[in-house]
Design a protein around this ligand. Sequence first.
Ligand code: IPM
Ligand code: MG
Length: 357
Amino acid sequence: MELKIALLKGDGIGPEIVDSAVAVLEKTAEKFGHKFTFNPYLIGGCAIDETGLPLPQETVDGCLASDSVILGAVGGPKWDDQPGDNRPEKALLGIRSAMGLFTNLRPAKLYPALRGASPLKDEIVGDGFDIMIVRELTGGIYFGDRGYREGKYGQEAFDTEAYSVTEIERIGKVAFEAAMKRSKRLCSVDKANVLESSRLWRKTMHELSEQYPEVEYRDMFVDNAAMQLVRDPRQFDVIVTSNMFGDILSDEASQITGSIGMLASASLGASKRGLYEPIHGSAPDIAGKNLANPIATILSGAMMLRYSFGLIKEAETIENAVDKVLEAGLRTADLMGTDKGEPLSCTEMTEAILKVI
Ligand code: IPM
Ligand code: MG
């Protein structure tokens, strides 16, 4: 296969971890006889520095002209004073929206080898868990009306959560289909005891569930879901939820797997073209120090091969290589947990994975 992949390295550790993913993808392409070309575009703080804008039009055009996109991370203290609509993070929302990526798949799986890095007790983790969070990505409070106005106590700021039946149905379908391919259990997370938008969310999901009689469906309030994730994560298979609840719960789910440095994500829309990124941020504190864990980005590359291009064997080769290095006891600093010894650098971890491939 010949594929054109856009690279949005971004800020902080973004460039280091994207370089690792590219090295792994190139090695995999070589092994299986594919040709991947990589084209870098600016996004986030580095784009502000060069062009004044966090998401230059050239970047949007470049992504839309590619077969898929790999993104590192954006943001950092340097750009904290930018006005809200010119912040690096705004670029992330902009590119998700410009590419129509309404689905965000965030798998949170506990690797047996990383058992010691999870903060949960053995009796809670048992033989491990494997959760797929399906997060709505182009609606809700992230994209609703916002601004300033005169309120009861003087000037106030507001953001709006709004969801249409169409938006709920399309993410719901993705989640039910995902559940059908897994263990056929789906939990929809909302705040229907308080929010009108959540009541519509719940009603729409219930109606949809009638089309999937084989899926064991239930709903849960988000506060309870946050608690259940640490009380008994094994009860979950697929979770579907709104943009903001998904943002929060996926960070929580990642931490119980041992490290946020392990979690990949796929953002998908109506076409095969997706955007693949680690769920963690730009980690400015360790940027440029070769300390970052590249695994989440490497696994995002594997997700790209699987979801956008149907290259299953290739994706499995990368995933198996990650399994192997973890089983061999290799760790970056974030994965050390209670383990003793010297952690690997970002490039050393990448080299170790390349060697297995
Ligand atoms: C994520 C991040 C982003 C989000 C931020 C950086 C805008 O936290 O991808 O989870 O909230 O979506
Ligand atoms: Mg987040």
